[in-house]
Design a protein around this ligand. Structure first.
Ligand SMILES: NC(=O)c1ccc[n+]([C@@H]2O[C@H](COP(=O)([O-])OP(=O)(O)OC[C@H]3O[C@@H](n4cnc5c(N)ncnc54)[C@H](O)[C@@H]3O)[C@@H](O)[C@H]2O)c1
Length: 311
């Protein structure tokens, strides 16, 4: 059993990360500005924008590993200057404090937005599916801060052999209650996102179940010392969040994507998580096809309760 500190543990992704780590028998400390009922963790209420409090927390709790998720999670949900400053300063404080206090491993959350899709000036992928070798082209403060966080990780690897550190880019996170009809971070439901493919086209139909992302975190923490330090991972579902063949949807709804989309299978993901499969043995187990709880009577379709998709 290890002791893990999860920043942002009360959030959409953090709650599932905490649940998965605790269910695996680990002791979990959630550090967040807010608390949530029923979380299987010691919940510490703190504002991580005070860098000295980060160090104090680590000295007090002495975690074996840190999962850093706290921050502003939605592009343009705050002024650009606030998003950039908050997300970079929180990550920098966590990395610095982890190194100063001898934490063995640190995993930080980046985002697929670093590759630059949905730019108002146009964007084209260099290849499909998109993997970690794809060029970066951030065009807003949120994505730019994530690129800065990835560079902080690379700089840490260059400057120290002590800490195991890594980055993951979770695709659009869907929490368990959102399969049941709870609103997503954009305010609509997952069902509405599927019924109007324009909603998910802006992020190339990427998604991941929060519990699958939690299982990725568990796999990374268990194997951080056996993989190349500083590795970046895409973490996404094994299919796309769209009802029609994904290549057709991309061609129709994403300007400029052109013939590249023709190479995708009907239910392929646009973002490849093969690196996580190869290095960590992790694959997403859940799909919208099995998780979505159809709302009876809303669109005249029968109710169906999804079970977990097995490998
Ligand atoms: N949700 C997604 O689709 C998605 C996709 C890619 C990456 N990410 C990244 O994953 C991480 C978690 O995202 P989420 O969807 O769970 O977001 P969320 O907003 O649900 O959770 C973030 C948590 O961080 C906490 N927090 C924010 N500022 C804080 C501070 N100064 N001190 C302490 N706690 C603070 C918030 O209270 C919140 O509970 C973020 O880094 C986000 O950028 C999320």
């Amino acid at each position: 059993m290890s002791r893990y500190l999860v920043t942002g543990g009360a959030g959409r992704l953090g709650r599932s990360v905490v649940e998965v780590l605790a269910a695996a028998g680990h002791e979990v400390i959630s550090v967040d500005r807010v608390q949530v009922a029923g979380l299987p963790a010691l919940q510490v209420v703190a504002d991580l924008s005070d860098a000295s409090s980060v160090r104090t927390l680590l000295v007090r709790h002495r975690p074996d590993g840190i999962v850093h998720l706290a921050g502003i999670a939605v592009p343009f949900s705050a002024p650009e200057e606030v998003t950039f400053r908050t997300n970079t300063s929180l990550a920098f404080a966590v990395i610095q404090a982890a190194q100063a206090t001898g934490v063995a491993s640190v995993l930080l959350s980046s985002s697929p937005t670093v590759i630059g899709y949905n730019s108002p000036r146009g964007w084209k992928p260099s290849a499909l599916p998109i993997d970690e070798s794809h060029p970066l082209a951030p065009w807003n403060a949120y994505a730019l801060a994530k690129v800065a966080i990835e560079e902080m990780v690379a700089a840490t690897v260059r400057s120290s052999a002590e800490v195991r550190i890594g980055v993951f880019r979770p695709c659009y996170v869907i929490s368990p209650e959102e399969w049941q009809g709870a609103p997503t971070q954009q305010g609509h439901t997952i069902r509405e996102r599927l019924d109007d493919p324009n909603l998910a086209a802006v992020s190339l139909f990427n998604y991941v179940d929060a519990r699958d992302a939690g299982e990725f975190v568990l796999a990374w923490l268990a194997q951080a010392d056996t993989i190349p330090n500083g590795t970046v991972f895409f973490v996404g579902a094994a299919d796309s969040l769209v009802r029609e063949p994904v290549g057709e949807a991309l061609t129709r709804l994403v300007p400029g994507i052109g013939p590249l989309a023709a190479g995708l299978g009907a239910a392929d993901p646009v973002f490849s998580s093969e690196r996580a499969a190869r290095l960590l043995g992790w694959r997403a187990r859940r799909s919208w096809r099995t998780q979505l709880v159809e709302q009876p009577g809303r669109l005249g379709e029968p109710a169906g309760v999804g079970g977990e998709a097995r490998k």
